[in-house]
Design a protein around this ligand. Structure first.
Ligand SMILES: C[S@@+](CC[C@H](N)C(=O)[O-])C[C@H]1O[C@@H](n2cnc3c(N)ncnc32)[C@H](O)[C@@H]1O
Length: 401
């Protein structure tokens, strides 16, 4: 069997019937059942783990080679949709071997972390990596069954891929017999695929080493076209600086952030969380105002009563707090309100701010930046220079309107 299997890697095989198809099966019986249900995937690198909510057990489709690199845990119909993505025709991306970062120990509190080896510019891609494990977040399955199922699915991976997962940090070591569940709870990043409604999570051997900061200097996103996680610098990072991401919604006051971080079992002591009382209160005021604005946006619509003056203030606050994603959303709000009010000069200003934020989040090499460049008739390098100047050049940016 070769990797030449282009589309629909899943064989149209009938699931093997359980010798004991009993919903009340014991844990041991369930393991035996999983073992009995091993089928084969035609893609030599992918373990497909189909969990049907209507069945008490999952089915594993194991690849024909011993170097399986990715487990997809999902329902059969979703797996079939994923299997139709054209990306499987391309060679498997190499693990990130970057001159930009290194993984090193950063003390007993944080354990390992990712650090810049050299200065990294805003919008630069720091790392791109294909996950080892992708799963639908909500499977209608009891937590014990889920653990058994995840363990059985991961056992189908190559030893190297298994080791890349089991060596990840586990912040919940009390889950003794379910190490993998602790690893997933500690490390899972979102891996949303726009065509499939439900959220998904992914484990990455390298990206999962990035620690949290409430003013993160990098942005993680999942690219469904390449089925890879991307880490992009949202502002310039100096050599030796730790590269961090936001695990939670960081546009909120400290107490809320600390509450949301509890599931990762650490008390955040980043610079923002360690501000002296006066500055901490000012930071909380700005972040609470941003959170309130987002909470009152329904279906990405402008909250009632939003004014350009307030939007500009919130963009300034988001930028002061280093919250690029929040600033980006606010710029889009500004663009909509200015357009609605027929204020074309203001709209253009918001658009340039928004393009600049998009470039910081998605990367200088992203599809969005290429699209902006082609619309303006500039090369990507020329567009980035124009954006760096932050001057509103009508000849350039007017084309985007
Ligand atoms: C995704 S892992 C990050 C990499 C991890 N430090 C390692 O050694 O592999 C998440 C875990 O790292 C630790 N961590 C992440 N950010 C932290 C921070 N700002 N302060 C303390 N611990 C942190 C927590 O134990 C958390 O559960």
């Amino acid at each position: 069997m070769s990797f030449g299997m282009k589309r629909g890697f899943l064989k149209q095989t009938q699931p093997v019937q359980s010798p004991t198809p009993n919903r009340k099966a014991t844990l041991d019986t369930r393991i035996q059942f999983s073992e009995a249900c091993r089928l084969y995937s035609e893609n030599p690198y992918i373990v497909v783990a189909d969990y049907r909510s209507s069945s008490p057990h999952g089915f594993l489709f194991l690849p024909s080679k011993s170097d399986a690199r990715l487990v997809i845990v999902d329902s059969l119909d979703n797996i079939q949709a994923i299997s139709k993505l054209p990306l499987w025709n391309d060679p498997w991306p190499s693990p990130p071997e970057s001159t930009a970062f290194m993984i090193k120990d950063c003390g007993p509190a944080k354990s390992l972390g990712m650090f810049a080896r050299r200065p990294i510019a805003r919008g630069d891609l720091i790392a791109l990596e294909r996950p080892v494990y992708v799963a639908r977040q909500a499977l209608k399955i009891h937590v014990d069954q889920r653990m058994v199922f995840d363990n059985a699915a991961l056992a189908g991976l190559s030893p190297a891929s298994q080791a890349s997962i089991t060596s990840l940090h586990n912040c919940q070591p009390e889950i003794a017999d379910g190490h993998i569940r602790g690893v997933i709870l500690t490390n899972a990043f979102p891996a949303n695929i726009p065509d499939l409604a439900e959220p998904r999570t992914a484990l990455f051997p390298t990206l999962c080493r990035a620690n949290h900061d409430c003013r993160p200097n990098a942005h993680y996103s999942f690219c469904k076209d390449t089925f890879t996680g991307r880490l992009v610098a949202v502002r310039p990072i100096v050599a030796g600086e730790e590269i961090t991401v936001g695990y939670i919604d960081v546009a909120g006051p400290r107490a809320k952030r600390q509450e949301d971080l509890k599931r990762y079992r650490f008390l955040c002591a980043c610079k923002t969380c360690s501000l002296p009382p006066g500055l901490a209160a000012a930071s909380d005021t700005k972040r609470s105002a941003l959170a309130a604005y987002f909470a009152s946006m329904k279906d990405a619509k402008i909250p009632p009563g939003a004014t350009l003056a307030r939007i500009k203030e919130l963009i300034r606050w988001a930028e002061e707090e280093g919250l690029v994603q929040a600033a980006s959303l606010m710029s889009l709000s500004g663009l909509r309100v200015a357009s609605r009010e027929g204020k074309s000069e203001e709209a253009l200003r918001f658009m340039v701010t928004s393009v600049n934020h998009t470039r910081s989040l998605e990367g200088n090499d992203s599809a969005a930046v290429h699209t902006f460049a082609s619309k303006t008739g500039l090369s990507v390098a020329e567009l980035l220079t124009a954006l760096d100047r932050e001057s509103i050049d009508h000849k350039i940016f007017g084309q985007l309107a």
